[in-house]
Design a protein around this ligand. Sequence first.
Ligand SMILES: Nc1ncnc2c1ncn2[C@@H]1O[C@H](COP(=O)(O)OP(=O)(O)OP(=O)(O)O)[C@@H](O)[C@H]1O
Ligand SMILES: [Mg+2]
Length: 223
Amino acid sequence: MTIIALANSKGGVGKSTLCLLIASELAENGASVLIVDADPQQSCRQWVDRCKRAGTLPSSLLVMLASSPHDLKVVLTTTNAAIILIDVQGSINDLLIAAIVASDITLVPAKANVMEMVETVKLFEWAQSSLKRAPLRLLLNRVEGIDTRTTAFQDAVQMIRDNKLPALPTFVRARKVYEQFSKEAGSLAQIGKDPAKTEQVTKARANIVGVITDITRIIGETE
Ligand SMILES: Nc1ncnc2c1ncn2[C@@H]1O[C@H](COP(=O)(O)OP(=O)(O)OP(=O)(O)O)[C@@H](O)[C@H]1O
Ligand SMILES: [Mg+2]
């Protein structure tokens, strides 16, 4: 059983979108995947419900809710899923702590922007000093194609180095198709059935496979 949490004390950074993208990509490949929606907003549960109504939910993907550390513990001890993804609220609370501590890896999505990353740096510092286990990895999200050549992006990279933040080598690009995915009903594979979207979807899926490959390697190294 592999447990992957998505967390950041900051809201709107892409936790739920990335949780659903990774979960659906793994499920499309036949893995049994459980999403634990531990955010009162229930964005993941709503996406799964939309997919169920549309008949587009990958068959090996399930969602369960958890509103307390106790709920989370019960879900984690009773599930048969091979891979579990936990989506938590954008604030530091008991559930976020329980999710980090239970996870093999906690992905911390953030925009590559110094102003936006100030809070993320604080989360890493707090986890390092307060938690016995803090398998946090920064995941740069919504990176525009042109960003990487800008001073703003380079400053963000410098900030990651200066603060010795462990980051995933792969970063996730800003893509219209990810936005569409989070609002509609169905996996990227489903969206890619539209011939006009096939090319975009192929690139978008390869980006997520890159993230999954990094996760697998990091978990393998820390075992
Ligand atoms: N890589 C990306 N490219 C394009 N849009 C993205 C990307 N990542 C996230 N988004 C969009 O950003 C918005 C916020 O994402 P999301 O809801 O996943 O963030 P969150 O961290 O879960 O927010 P909250 O703290 O409210 O739970 C959504 O509209 C989503 O479609
Ligand atoms: Mg969310």
